[in-house]
Ligand binder design. Structure first.
Ligand code: SF4
Length: 329
């Protein structure tokens, strides 16, 4: 519930709206485990709340830490036996990022993604999404960034994801700290641009050549590159946020000189920064990882064309926690 919802709820229970503020702080700032901790809230209201709600943080049933300790992957079990995974990443300056899931499974089925291979199970609720974040805060600390880059296509669970973002923002995790990653759901990019939430946007394009992209990311016709280009421009103008292109480089699929040139043109037309990610191995595919030299070649072609480009350091591959590797087992 948002602060406003909580205030109205207190009133509906016959109490002063002001208690909504107190409860909000207990839940969203202090991460209370129990209504009895809320000592400034009247006893009879605490009892009512206890009978209606459950303050229930997720407990991981499996935890894996990467060899270099930079990545921890948690497996959580939600209601209806739904398994999801979330990842905590630490950089060398001890900045912490939470990579969270918005769906169990995913209906898109990008060729390089383990989540896509699971098929779609269900959307997570807004409560489940913020519970991932709060449970990870309890296990670590408040994150420097929250990335909707875990399992699922966040823009296909638009209402719950945007409500979760709103709640995170009221818990002082600001828009600049939140990144929504999409494979390019055009209509929802416009909606997000108009929502006033202004998270950062990362767009995974697979290929900047339409025919290839269709084979890598099977999306409908109305999400074609031309429409995506316009939507990204709209998002940038409307929100004044930097948009990045995430480009998963797969050997022999999208790693040629002409692929890199097409990518540079797309990035120039959209004013975006490009992140190159060398494909992370996924069971059940015969795709292979390009060597470092190929990634350097693609980066050089982009740089020569004036495009800002960086390569994402591959982390957590040894525990299947890197981009594209999340799947519940
Ligand atoms: S990359 Fe994202 S959109 Fe594509 S199948 Fe995986 S989770 Fe879904």
């Amino acid at each position: 519930m948002t602060l406003r919802d909580l205030k109205l709820y207190c009133r509906a229970l016959g109490h002063n709206e002001f208690h909504g503020d107190q409860i909000f702080k207990w839940i969203y700032y202090r991460l209370a485990d129990d209504f009895n901790e809320m000592t400034d809230v009247p006893n009879n209201l605490r009892e009512k709340l206890e009978n209606i709600f459950l303050l229930n943080y997720l407990k991981p049933h499996k935890t894996l830490t990467s060899h270099d300790k930079s990545t921890i992957k948690y497996s959580f079990l939600l209601e209806r036996d739904t398994g999801i995974e979330a990842v905590v990443l630490f950089d060398k300056n001890n900045r912490t990022s939470f990579c969270i899931s918005s769906q169990a499974g995913c209906p898109i089925g990008c060729i390089y993604c383990a989540t896509g291979k699971m098929g779609f199970i269900r959307n997570l609720t807004d409560g489940e999404i913020i519970n991932e974040v709060f449970s990870l805060i309890k296990l670590h600390k408040k994150p420097d960034s929250v990335l909707f880059m875990g399992m699922g296509e966040p823009l296909l669970n638009y209402n719950n994801v945007t409500r979760a973002i709103e709640l995170l923002q009221s818990a002082h995790i600001g828009a600049k700290k939140i990144t929504v990653s999409t494979c390019g759901i055009v209509k929802k990019i416009y909606d997000l641009g108009l929502s006033g939430l202004r998270p950062r946007l990362a767009v995974s394009i697979g290929s900047a050549i339409e025919e290839k992209r269709k084979k890598i990311i099977p999306l409908s016709k109305d999400n074609d590159l031309q429409s995506l280009k316009k939507a990204i421009r709209f998002y940038r103008e409307k929100t004044r946020r930097r948009v990045s292109i995430e480009y998963t480089l797969v050997r022999g699929i999208n790693d040629t000189v002409s692929d890199a040139r097409a990518l540079a043109t797309f990035a120039r037309h959209t004013g975006t920064h490009v992140n190159i990610i060398r494909f992370n191995p996924v069971a059940g595919t015969d795709l292979s990882v390009p060597d470092k030299g190929t990634a350097s070649k693609v980066k050089r072609i982009l740089k020569e064309r004036g495009i800002e480009v960086s390569e994402r350091y591959r982390r957590g591959t040894d525990i299947n926690a890197a981009c594209g590797q999340l799947a519940s087992h």
